[in-house]
Design a protein around this ligand. Structure first.
Ligand code: FMN
Length: 148
C-alpha cells in the first residue's frame, strides 16, 4: 500500500496486479451508466484542501451517525458482489478493513461469503445488508412483511 494515496493510484496498482483483465474491467467500472461514479469524481474535483497553519489537528473527530449507527468517519463501503474474485479474503477481508477504520460495510446479496461468516469474522464492524427482492419469489413466498 506504500505510495498509494489517491483512487487513481489504487486503480493503477489494481490493474498491475490483476491477473484477469476481464475481472479488472468488472471492478473498475461503476454500475449501469456510471452516473454516481461520474458525479462523485466531479464533486471531488471541486473540493480544495485549505491548509490551516498552527492549528492542532492531533485530535480530529469525524464521528458521525448514519441511520442510528455510530461511524468513526463519514465514508462507507457500498455493496458490491464477488469480492473473492479479487482477493482470497473476500467479503470478510473487506468487512474487517472497514471495521478497522470505523467505516460501515454493506454486504451484497451476491456475496461470495455467507452472511453468517462475515458476521463471525468481523464482529466489530458496522454491517448493513443489501437485499435484492425478486418480485416473482416475493409474490410466491406468501410473505406480507419484510423486517430487517
Ligand atoms: C463491481 C460492482 C459490483 C456491484 N455490486 C453490487 C451489488 O451486488 N449490489 C448492489 O446493490 N450494488 C452493487 N453495485 C453498485 C454499488 O453499490 C453502487 O451503488 C454503485 O456503483 C454507485 O454508482 P453508479 O450509480 O455509478 O453505479 C456494484 C457496483 C460495482 C461497480
Amino acid at each position: 500500500m506504500n505510495g498509494l494515496f489517491t483512487v487513481a493510484d489504487f486503480k493503477k496498482k489494481a490493474e498491475e496486479v490483476s491477473k484477469d483483465s476481464l475481472l479488472f474491467t468488472y471492478f473498475k467500472h461503476g454500475a449501469e451508466k456510471e452516473i454516481t461514479l461520474k458525479h462523485n469524481e466531479n464533486i471531488f474535483r471541486e473540493l480544495y484542501i485549505l491548509p490551516k497553519c498552527l492549528v492542532d489537528v492531533s485530535n480530529v473527530n469525524m464521528n458521525t451517525k448514519i441511520f442510528g449507527c455510530e461511524a468513526k468517519w463519514p465514508v462507507g463501503i457500498s455493496p458490491s458482489a464477488n469480492h473473492k474474485q479479487a482477493h482470497n479474503d473476500g467479503e470478510i477481508g473487506t468487512a474487517k478493513a472497514a471495521g478497522n477504520v470505523g467505516s460501515i460495510f454493506i454486504l451484497s446479496s451476491f456475496s461470495m461469503t455467507s452472511f453468517e461468516d462475515v458476521a463471525v469474522h468481523a464482529p466489530n464492524t458496522i454491517k448493513w445488508l443489501q437485499m435484492y427482492i425478486y418480485k416473482d419469489s416475493w409474490d410466491k413466498s406468501g410473505q406480507k412483511i419484510l423486517l430487517s
